[in-house]
Design a protein around this ligand. Sequence first.
Ligand code: AMP
Length: 279
Amino acid sequence: MKVLKTNKDLQEVLQQIRSEKNRLGFVPTMGALHEGHINLVNKSIDENDISIVSVFVNPKQFNNVEDFEKYPNTVQSDINLLEKAGCDYLFLPDFNEVYTSAYQPVNIDLGAIDDVFEGPLRPGHFDGVVQVVNILFRLVQPDMAYFGLKDYQQCMVIKALRDQKYPKINLSLCPTVRAQSGLALSSRNKRLSDKGLEKAAFIYKALKTVNELKKHIEADDAVKYGAHILSTHHIEVEYFALANAETLQPSRKWLRSGKNVVLAAVWIEGVRLIDNIVF
Ligand code: AMP
């Protein structure tokens, strides 16, 4: 695998890829790679001739400075994992390579997506995501780009960006990879103690319970019961709510014709974790 640190090096490689009419897959990440990321990389390798992964911890999407400062940096282990997976290129730019002196923020209409759940709780977060993915899409111009449904609302934001600015890029939104306990893999899990990890497994248990209760009880009661599971395990719930999976608008009733999503954000040992289930 070749590591590209500058846009100049990236453009040279891309020129070659395009001249050979190779199909290009792209996986943007912030590093601290785990099986969830590698699953996206494997999919890209399966479906394309060439795969590029980017590792860039984007300061603009952190609304909390401490979270940014504590974000794990594991470049060597990331490189090892990507080489083992058979990735072709790693784009590993620094801040000035991404946000050059010519940087102009892009304006995307996110409609109501930014008004719910993560939007109001993490002001500026989705705008930061839009800015960095816009820059990366513009630089890489892939045929396919891979994102994880673990960050469900983020996937909808990326769809809006793609629809409005990059209609030629195909998006592949991939299922959440979980530990055996059901806990969604996340680089933040590294900050939890063994006890915290045990507790965190109840997030997915609570989400699954809501799904299972759909056949039996009203949505409001099922969601209350799910949240109750979390509070019995002393998990601080920021939100635990049902929404329309297409529009993300919160709902107090099951959707019978469209898909339901239950979204959760909780705090365990000072670490904020998010997860969701679609059914
Ligand atoms: P991040 O490095 O956290 O920005 O994540 C990079 C990409 O990996 C995003 O599209 C995430 O949604 C995706 N991702 C992170 N964790 C998981 C997981 N457990 N399962 C599937 N995709 C994931």
